[in-house]
Design a protein around this ligand. Structure first.
Ligand SMILES: Nc1nc2c(ncn2[C@@H]2O[C@H](COP(=O)(O)OP(=O)(O)OP(=O)(O)O)[C@@H](O)[C@H]2O)c(=O)[nH]1
Ligand SMILES: [Mg+2]
Length: 721
C-alpha cells in the first residue's frame, strides 16, 4: 500500500497539447452542505431529487442533464456537500473523487460549479479557494441571493468575480432565478484562462514547502496540483502521507523552524485571503433575522423546555395520524368494500371470484387503505425537516447520544429512519468515523419506519379503546407514540451495546451546523409527499399484489372435499387448515405460541419477512378465504370477532400488545438487508453485519413479545396461555 504514492491527484499525461476549447459537456455541482446544490440541480435538469433544510441530504452522486442554448446536451452531476477537500467522510469522498479525477468511472467535469451560500460567504469561500487550485474551469453560483438580501447583506458581484478570477452568478435556486446567466457562464468558462491560487505564500513557507512540491511534480502532478496537494499534506494525519513521508516531515520541520504551525498553515493562509475579499466585497447592515432565529433557538434548545417541545411535537404528529387520517381511511375502506361487493355480485362463485375478492382485493385493499396515514406522516416529516427543526432535534439529542457513545450527527439518519430505513442507512455516509457509522447502521432499523404504520394502526385501531385522556389525547395515539418511543429507546440502547463491545471507539466532538429557520415550501412538500405516496402504492401494486396471489393460492389448495354434515363456517375453517398455508402455519405455530399467537398470525408474520405491510395483506387474505363468501367486512371487525375453539377471543389485549411489540423490534424488510450488506462494506463482511443485525433484532422481538404477553396476561388476569 505504502509503496504507491498516496496522492489525491492522478497524474495527467505530460504531453497534453493545448487545444481549441470545446463547449462543456459535463458539469459538476459542488459546495458546502445545505447551500442549495440539489435545488439548483433540480431547477437545471427538471429532476426531483430530495432536498431538505439540513446538512447531508444528498449522499450519492446523481446525474441529470439540460439542453444548452445551442441544443447540445450538458450532463450535470449533483454531489454531496463538503466543507473542504481535505476531510473525508464517505459522502464527502464521493465529491472529492470527482473533483480530483479519481472517480471509478472516469467522470471528469469540464466545468465545476461551486454553489455558495450567499448568507455564509466567508465560510463557503474556503472550499472555493481550494477548488480554484484544481486547474479546472470554475463558475461560482452565488445562491440564496434572496436570503442574503433579506438579511441585509450586500455583495459586490463584479468585485467578487474579479477577486476570485472566475465568473460569479447570483442565483435563487428555489425560484429558478439566474439559471440562464448560469448556463451562459458555464459555456463561457472553458474559454477563460484556468483559475489558480490567488494568494502568495510567505517567503519562509514557500521555501519550506518547495522541495515537497517538487517531489509531487516528479510524481507527475502539474505545478498547480502539486501546490494544492503540498498544503493539504501538511495538515493531515501523519499516517496518511504515504510515500511522501520524508518530504512532508522535512517540510514540517522547516516550518516549525520558521515559527509556523504546519497543521494550521493552510487554514490560516486561506482565511487571511478570504477575510480580505469579504472586507472588499461584502457590506452587511443589521441582521434582524439572526436575532429572531437565536430567540427561537433559545426556547427550542433549552435544557428543559427543548425536550418537552420535542415530545409535544411528536405527540401532535401521532394524534394527527389517528384523528385526521381516520375519516379518509374510513372512506377508502368503504370504497374497497364496495369494489369487493361489485366483483362478488358480477362474477359467478368460483376460483376466479375468490382470487379477485379474497386474494387481490382483500390483500392489496387492506394495505392501500393506509394511504392517508402515509401521506400525513410524510407531510409531518417534511415540515420538520424543511423548517430547520430537524437539525435542532439532533442537537437536542446530542447529550443523550453522547452517553450512548455516538454523537448527534447519528441522530439525523436515525430520525430519517421514521420514514424508511433504506435512505436512513444511506444517510449514515455523513458520519466520518467508521465505527460510529456501523453502529448507527446496525440500530437504524429499530426506528419505526412507515411500513410498520399499517400494522400498528390496524392492531391499535382494533384493540386499543379510543378513550380520550385529559379530554384531548386519545389512548390510541398515545399507544402509537409508545411504540415509536420503544423503538427509539431500543435503538439507543443497542447503539450503547455496540459502542461498548464490537465497535468500541472514542466519542468525537460533533460539528453540526444549524440551518436557518424557513417556512417550508408547500410546493416542495407536495412533491415529496406525492412521491412517497406513489412509492407506497407501487409497492402495494407489485410486491404485495404478488404475495397476496401466492398466499391466496396457498390458502386455497389442496382442497378439502366438502362434507355436507359440516356447517359452512366449519367447512371453511377446516379447508383453510387443510390447505398448504394451514400446514405451514401448523409447522410455525410452536415457535410463536409462547407469544400468544395462533397459526394464522404465525403465517402472516412469516410472510411479512418480505415486507412488513404484507402482515396486513396476509391477514386480509387469510380471513378473506376463511371468511364468509360475498361479504367484505372491515378487517378490524373480523379480527375482533375471531374466536378460538374454546370460545375465547384470539385477539385479546395481551396478544395485540405482544404482536405490536414484535413488530417494533423485528427486522422484516428485504431492502434493508440488501442496503446494510452494501453500506456495511459489501461482500462477506457486509453479509456478516446484515446477519448479525437481522439476528439480534429477531431475538429482541421474540423476547420482548414473550415478556409483554406474559406480563399483560398476569395484569389482565387472563388464563389462555
Ligand atoms: N431562500 C432560499 N433557500 C434556498 C435556495 N436554494 C435552496 N434553498 C433551501 O436550502 C435548503 C437546502 O437545499 P438543498 O438543495 O437540499 O441543499 P444541498 O446543497 O443539496 O444540501 P446537501 O445535499 O445536504 O449538501 C432547502 O431548504 C432549500 O429549500 C435559495 O436560493 N434561496
Ligand atoms: Mg443535496
Amino acid at each position: 500500500m505504502n509503496s504507491v504514492p498516496t496522492s489525491s491527484l492522478t497524474p495527467r499525461s505530460p504531453s497534453a497539447a493545448p487545444t481549441i476549447p470545446v463547449p462543456p459537456a459535463r458539469v459538476a455541482l459542488v459546495g458546502n452542505p445545505n447551500t442549495g446544490k440539489t435545488t439548483l440541480f433540480n431547477a437545471l435538469t427538471g429532476l426531483r431529487q430530495r432536498v431538505g433544510n439540513f446538512a447531508g441530504v444528498t449522499v450519492e452522486r446523481v446525474e441529470g442533464s439540460y439542453r444548452a442554448a445551442d441544443g447540445r446536451s450538458v450532463a450535470v452531476l449533483d454531489l454531496p456537500g463538503t466543507y473542504s477537500l481535505a476531510t473525508a467522510s464517505p459522502d464527502e469522498r464521493i465529491a472529492h473523487d470527482v473533483l480530483m479525477r479519481r472517480s471509478g468511472d472516469g467522470w471528469i467535469p469540464d466545468v465545476v460549479v461551486v454553489v455558495v451560500d450567499a448568507t455564509h460567504l466567508e465560510r463557503n469561500l474556503f472550499l472555493v479557494s481550494q477548488v480554484l487550485e484544481l486547474g479546472l474551469p470554475v463558475v461560482v453560483a452565488l445562491n440564496q441571493a434572496d436570503a442574503a438580501e433579506r438579511s441585509g447583506t450586500r455583495i459586490d458581484v463584479p468585485e467578487l468575480s474579479f477577486a476570485l478570477g472566475v465568473p460569479v452568478v447570483p442565483t435563487v435556486a428555489t425560484r429558478g432565478e439566474g439559471l440562464e446567466p448560469l448556463r451562459r457562464a458555464i459555456d463561457d468558462a472553458v474559454r477563460l484562462p484556468p483559475p489558480g491560487r490567488r494568494f502568495a505564500l510567505p517567503a519562509a513557507v514557500a521555501m519550506a514547502v518547495a522541495p515537497l512540491e517538487l517531489q509531487l511534480q516528479e510524481h507527475g502532478l502539474s505545478r498547480a496540483e502539486a501546490q494544492l496537494e503540498a498544503l493539504r499534506l501538511l495538515s493531515i494525519d501523519a499516517t496518511e502521507t504515504g510515500a511522501y513521508d520524508g518530504a512532508v516531515e522535512r517540510a514540517r520541520d522547516a516550518l516549525r523552524a520558521a515559527n509556523e504551525e504546519p497543521g494550521q498553515i493552510e487554514a490560516s493562509l486561506r482565511y487571511a485571503w478570504i477575510s480580505q475579499i469579504v472586507t472588499r466585497c461584502v457590506s452587511s447592515a443589521e441582521r434582524p433575522s439572526h436575532a429572531t432565529s437565536d430567540r427561537i433557538d433559545g426556547v427550542v434548545l433549552h435544557r428543559v423546555i427543548g425536550p418537552m417541545i420535542f415530545l409535544a411535537l411528536m405527540a401532535l404528529v401521532f394524534q394527527a395520524l389517528f384523528t385526521w387520517a381516520t375519516p379518509l381511511q374510513d372512506a377508502l375502506e368503504a370504497l374497497v368494500a364496495r369494489v369487493g361487493d361489485v366483483v362478488t355480485a358480477t362474477l359467478p362463485a368460483g376460483d376466479l371470484r375468490s382470487l379477485l375478492v379474497d386474494g387481490v382485493i382483500a390483500g392489496v385493499g387492506s394495505v392501500v387503505v393506509f394511504l392517508p396515514q402515509i401521506a400525513i406522516l410524510f407531510t409531518c416529516i417534511g415540515v420538520l425537516e424543511d423548517s430547520g427543526y430537524m437539525a435542532r432535534a439532533a442537537l437536542l439529542m446530542d447529550r443523550v447520544m453522547r452517553r450512548v457513545g455516538l454523537h448527534g450527527r447519528s441522530f439525523i439518519p436515525m430520525l430519517s429512519g421514521y420514514a424508511c430505513a433504506v435512505p436512513a442507512i444511506m444517510a449514515t455516509r455523513t458520519i466520518g468515523e467508521p465505527k460510529d457509522r456501523l453502529a448507527t447502521i446496525m440500530v437504524v432499523p429499530l426506528m419505526s419506519c412507515s411500513a410498520r404504520l399499517p400494522v400498528y394502526t390496524l392492531l391499535i385501531g382494533a384493540f386499543i379503546p379510543a378513550t380520550m385522556l385529559f379530554g384531548s389525547v386519545s389512548l390510541q395515539s398515545l399507544t402509537l407514540l409508545a411504540m415509536y418511543l420503544l423503538g427509539t429507546l431500543a435503538a439507543l440502547a443497542a447503539a450503547a451495546v455496540f459502542k461498548r463491545t464490537l465497535l468500541k471507539g472514542p466519542v468525537r466532538p460533533m460539528i453540526l451546523e444549524l440551518p436557518p429557520y424557513r417556512w417550508p415550501s408547500p410546493r416542495a412538500l407536495l412533491v415529496t409527499v406525492a412521491q412517497r405516496c406513489r412509492l407506497f402504492l407501487r409497492r402495494a401494486g407489485t410486491v404485495i399484489l404478488a404475495l397476496s396471489i401466492v398466499l391466496w393460492a396457498l390458502a386455497t389448495w389442496p382442497r378439502l372435499p366438502v362434507d355436507p354434515a359440516r356447517s359452512d363456517a366449519a367447512q371453511r375453517e377446516l379447508a383453510l387448515e387443510h390447505s398448504a398455508l394451514g400446514r405451514i402455519g401448523r409447522a410455525i405455530e410452536p415457535a410463536v405460541a409462547p407469544l400468544g399467537f395462533d397459526w394464522k398470525i404465525g403465517v402472516s408474520i412469516a410472510a411479512s419477512f418480505a415486507a412488513r405491510e404484507v402482515f396486513v395483506s396476509t391477514m386480509g387474505t387469510i380471513y378473506g378465504v376463511g371468511g364468509d363468501d360475498g361479504d367484505t367486512a372491515k378487517l378490524t371487525t373480523v379480527l375482533r370477532a375471531e374466536r378460538r375453539a374454546d370460545g375465547t377471543p384470539v385477539y385479546s389485549l395481551p396478544v395485540a400488545l405482544s404482536l405490536l411489540v414484535f413488530y417494533v423490534f423485528a427486522l422484516m424488510c428485504m431492502s434493508t438487508i440488501a442496503i446494510t450488506v452494501r453500506e456495511a462494506g459489501g461482500g462477506a463482511v457486509g453479509w456478516r453485519w446484515a446477519a448479525l443485525q437481522f439476528g439480534y433484532m429477531l431475538a429482541l422481538a421474540w423476547g420482548a413479545a414473550f415478556v409483554t404477553y406474559r406480563v399483560a396476561m398476569v395484569l389482565s388476569g387472563g388464563t389462555n396461555a
